[in-house]
Design a protein around this ligand. Structure first.
Ligand code: SF4
Length: 181
């Protein structure tokens, strides 16, 4: 029997949500029995080789490449999940949303207290993705099907949600896994 296929991506995130997925520890062995991974930093598959059942997205969209990757995931994945606060609401990268891009670039590359940039050159290689005016949560770019909160979501929450989706069994996620007070 074909296993459900899972893909993951990190957009404007810190990889903490991926680390939390790996934190399911020995259940990783069970997960490998249950699913097949496709495009993901976990197996280092860079391009989709087939359609995918479950896509997990860490991070929101801060540049044109993030938008491109997210749209590709939406096309390829039957179910797409915002994993963590950066995907759900922009998270820490969205702290720049009240500041203009030119002010951010100036602080990072020209005027920051530890910056050494004698010729005051801003990164300008044409292969670099264009920075967006602000950081967008994933659901403002494409339709997202589910949201797993937390920074990062706990390993147990990710595990419970994945098993429910894979087995198709409706599960009640314990309140303790989704409260953060
Ligand atoms: Fe990192 Fe938290 Fe954002 Fe996940 S939600 S990518 S752990 S900052």
């Amino acid at each position: 029997m074909n296993k459900p296929v899972v893909a993951t991506a990190s957009l404007a995130g810190c990889f903490g949500c991926h680390m939390s997925l790996l934190d399911i520890d020995e259940r990783l062995v069970e997960l490998i029995d249950l699913v097949e991974f496709n495009k993901s930093p976990i197996d280092d598959i860079k391009k989709f080789t087939k359609d995918v059942d479950i896509g997990l997205i860490e991070g929101g969209c801060c540049n044109t490449e993030n938008v491109e990757v997210l749209k590709e995931f939406r096309k390829k994945c039957k179910t797409l999940i915002s994993l963590g606060e950066c995907a759900i609401m922009g998270g820490l990268p969205a702290l720049r949303n009240d500041i203009t891009v030119s002010e951010c670039l100036a602080e990072a590359y020209l005027d920051g207290p530890t910056t050494v940039n004698e010729h005051r050159i801003l990164p300008n290689d044409e292969e670099l993705p264009i920075i967006l005016n602000k950081v967008y949560p994933c659901h403002e770019v494409v339709k997202m099907d589910y949201f797993l909160p937390g920074c990062p979501p706990s390993a147990d929450l990710i595990w419970e949600a994945l098993v429910a989706l894979i087995t198709g069994e409706e599960k009640e996620i314990p309140y303790a896994l989704i409260k953060y007070d």
